[in-house]
Design a protein around this ligand. Structure first.
Ligand SMILES: [Zn+2]
Length: 255
């Protein structure tokens, strides 16, 4: 019974947090409060009753349309909820029900908010990066004191990916956003120098693949602005979930 119940509970918890992430994604760029205020339909402004605001399921029952004005509900809402729930399940699969798993779940959720905001507005809000930094310090203190991970792992992590990006940004001021550099500094402190360097490498790889796709399929030019934040976030998620296996595979090629 418990074996079946745990993933189901984690999935539901992920959906509920995902619902809050939507509030953050839609309100933070407009500088609106995320802690109070009821949900309203963005088209007709009618308040959304709780039974029409159940993550994922309401979207399915309402067939993706507002109950009142029948305007289409953005597909971003169910996507974010489902994405967050799947990410929580993957963390649980890799890390189990542990303290680091809780820290990583928080990190992934903030990365989901950052990715959707960066994709839409090409900005990474400082408050979100600062939240990663504070959680990263707490995670570092826990892992160093309880799990005996050396403290310099986190300090070196702060600089490992951010300094190369900073230098790149100074050489090509057009290409690199300050938000990306700050994100990699805060996340580097959170996950340590090995994983953040690998994240940068994999994030750049994703960015390259997406760029080629945009140029070939969408007939965009190289100048088509491609937010780097979602690619870096995807790189970080990949590394946190598979990084240790990836690192040993990578090292086994050379050793
Ligand atoms: Zn409406």
């Amino acid at each position: 019974m418990i074996i079946i119940a745990t993933p189901v509970l984690i999935f539901i918890f992920g959906l509920l947090i995902g619902s809050f992430l939507n509030v953050c994604i839609f309100r933070i760029p407009l500088k609106k409060t995320i802690v109070k205020g009821r949900s309203y339909c963005p088209s007709c402004n009618s308040p959304i009753p709780w039974y029409c605001n159940i993550p994922l399921f309401s979207y399915i029952f309402l067939k993706g349309r507002c109950r009142n004005c029948k305007e289409k509900i953005s597909l971003i809402y169910p996507t974010v909820e489902l994405l967050n729930a799947v990410l929580y399940l993957l963390i649980w699969k890799v890390y189990g029900l542990t303290v680091p798993a809780i820290f990583f779940a928080a990190l992934f959720s903030i990365l989901v908010i950052i990715s959707f905001i960066d994709f839409k507005y090409q900005i990474i809000p400082d408050g979100l990066v600062l939240t990663i930094l504070i959680l990263g310090v707490a995670n570092g203190i826990y892992q160093t004191t309880v799990l005996n991970v050396p403290w310099y792992n986190w300090v070196v992590g702060f600089f490992a990916a951010s300094v190369p990006l900073l230098i790149l940004g100074l050489i090509f001021p057009e290409g690199m956003g300050g938000g990306d550099i700050k994100l990699m500094a805060a996340t580097g402190l959170f996950i340590g120098w090995k994983l953040i360097l690998l994240s940068l490498f994999i994030g750049a790889l994703y960015g390259g693949i997406v760029s080629i796709f945009v140029i070939l399929v969408k007939k965009g030019s190289l100048k088509t602005a491609l937010p780097f934040g979602p690619m870096l976030s995807l790189g970080i998620v990949t590394c946190v979930l598979t990084g240790n296996q990836l690192l040993s595979w990578y090292l086994s090629i050379f050793l």
